[in-house]
Design a binder for this molecule. Structure first.
Ligand code: F6P
Length: 539
């Protein structure tokens, strides 16, 4: 593969960007009444208005050419086919198989992976129904009222995001909680008001070796045993979700209480595998399957739609446009729906663990920017926090607004107010307020520069009718594939995560040094910090 910057489309885009940068969205809209219609797209119940982007008629054809020159089509097919596109881990990347219908056939290494996917889903459904109906009993014969998922990264962020997003559909007499941080506070606060005999722990870990999760799982076992006083209680109060049956058994969980998945599911792409067990218990198997159907519908759209009408492809190309040709460093994800409050946090792992890399698939240092920083908060809270910087700061930030036409909680004027704010923010960012408009409000001249909004701040607007399990699946798959396309353009392996390893290794080395007098052989800063901790830890 040619380096990205040598591709003809890249070079054409560089000169095109120089022409577009001086243009203002105010003028682009004024000159073209059809802009909003032309630069919008509806697919699978998601409407994307991308007209408030700093693009012209020439931009997308050039970006699409970049996608072609990056061999995107062949790479999409390779992913769906189960080729080992995660080259540094020599693995297939088949999260799309997790939501494939029963009658699909996806053969990897001579084996159709779809039947085992559905076997696990069926077992999960049966188990979830038993917990939801009160049939699954704790060790003392009480019904389960609390479900605590223990996991971190992809074994936490997807499930907690989906639970919060679909809380409206959840069984309200079940308490669903999540423990991820190795900080004992997380476990203590999640369990302080729970009784062990009514609590089920789901230990979720692809590898079943992750230090944080194993530490929390051991604390959970000790907590259960301290209250119930019998090793046999573990069988009623713990289930495991993992690819590692050996480690699950070694922990003391019977593999009969284990829900498996496969090495071709990356951690951050695993929420619709058995890692979603907590979500399924919360919302029920039917809603969980609707969520998967949503994922699948977006998979099909991504796989088959022409690139010019392909939501994930368009969103990815717009990301590349600002990231690589405008020097933009971050993307704000701004859901105008309280249920999506954890969506930005979930996207942080999906996007930045996938594409936060400086080495290409060919092992070369990139000479271009890769993943932007993703961040965000639900609207309108963000408006009273960081929007000042987006409107009048010195940084260019692409905003992904997400909204729903209908609220799941229609109380009086709330939803109209929320939606008015959503549309107003995108309008204000794009068009701003000129000095003449500020003067027309009778402002003194010295105040005018402070009250001017330059505008020309780009945004995407994603709208759906209502937040349903199916729409949530589509939205997540949209971002999954958006991230995939970005990674293809930037030529990185979007499915490994070597950058998390070094810190883990050093922590394992430092931990015993904190509580012994062992000689310290770190740098002077780290040595001094350890010494200070040793001296003061029991004060
Ligand atoms: O943060 C690194 C990582 O490997 C993630 O990719 C993964 O989601 C997380 O740790 C948790 O891993 P596991 O599910 O194996 O406990």
């Amino acid at each position: 593969m040619e380096p990205l910057t040598s591709l003809p489309a890249w070079q054409a885009l560089e000169s095109h960007a120089a022409q577009v940068k001086p243009l203002h969205l105010r003028d682009l809209f004024a000159a073209d009444p059809g802009r909003a219609d032309r630069f919008s797209l509806e697919a699978e119940g998601l409407f994307l208005d991308y007209s408030k982007n700093r693009i012209t008629e020439e931009t997308l054809p050039l970006m699409l050419q970049l996608a072609e020159e990056s061999e995107l089509r062949g790479k999409i097919d390779a992913m769906f086919r189960g080729d080992r596109i995660n080259i540094t881990e020599n693995r297939s990347v088949l999260h799309t198989a997790l939501r494939a219908p029963r009658d699909r056939k996806i053969v990897v290494d001579g084996m159709d992976v779809v039947p085992p996917v559905h076997q696990v889903l069926d077992r999960m459904s049966e188990f979830a129904n038993r917990v939801r109906s009160g049939e699954w009993l704790g060790f003392t014969g009480k019904k389960i009222r609390n479900v605590v998922n223990i996991g971190i990264g992809g074994s936490d962020l997807g499930p907690v995001m989906a639970f919060e997003a679909l809380r409206h559909y959840s069984q309200r007499d079940l308490n669903i909680r999540f423990v991820s941080n190795v900080d004992g506070t997380d476990f203590a606060e999640a369990t302080h008001d729970l009784q062990a005999d009514e609590t089920l722990f789901i230990v979720s870990s692809k590898t079943f070796t992750t230090l944080e999760t194993m530490t929390n799982a051991k604390s959970a076992r000790a907590w259960v045993l301290a209250q119930l006083g019998d090793e046999r209680a573990v069988a009623s109060h713990f289930v495991a979700v993992s690819t590692n049956a050996e480690k699950v058994t070694a922990f003391g969980i019977d593999t009969a209480n284990m829900f498996g998945f496969w090495d071709w599911v990356g951690g951050r792409y695993s929420m619709d595998s058995a890692i979603g067990l907590s979500s399924m218990i919360a919302i029920g198997p039917d809603n969980f399957r609707a969520l998967l159907a949503g994922f699948h519908a977006m998979d099909e759209h991504f796989r088959t739609a022409p690139f010019a009408e392909n939501l994930p492809v368009l969103m990815a190309l717009l990301t590349v446009w600002y990231n690589n040709f405008f020097g933009a460093q971050s993307i704000a994800v701004l859901p105008y729906d309280q249920y999506l409050k954890r969506f930005p946090a979930y996207l942080q792992q999906l996007t930045m663990e996938s594409n936060g890399k400086y080495i290409t698939m060919a092992g070369e240092r990139v000479s271009w920017e890769t993943s932007p920083i993703y961040w965000g908060e639900p609207g309108t809270n963000g408006q009273h926090s960081f929007y000042q910087l987006i409107h009048q700061g010195t940084k260019l930030i692409l905003c992904d607004f997400i909204g729903f036409v209908n609220s799941l909680n229609p109380h009086g004027p709330h939803h109209d107010i929320l939606t008015a704010n959503l549309f107003a923010q995108a309008e204000a960012l794009a068009f701003g307020k000129t000095a003449d408009e500020v003067r027309a409000d009778n402002n003194p001249e010295w105040l005018v520069p402070h009250k001017v909004f330059e505008g020309n701040r780009p945004s995407n607007m994603l709208l759906a009718d209502r937040l349903t399990p199916e729409i949530l699946g589509k939205l997540i798959a949209l971002y999954e594939h958006n991230v995939f396309v970005q990674g293809i353009i930037w030529q990185v392996d979007s499915f490994d995560q070597w950058g998390v390893e070094l810190g883990k290794v050093l922590a394992v080395r430092i931990q015993p040094e904190l509580t012994t007098d062992a000689e310290l052989k770190h740098d002077s800063s780290t040595n001094a910090l350890i010494r200070r901790y040793r001296q003061r830890r029991n004060l």
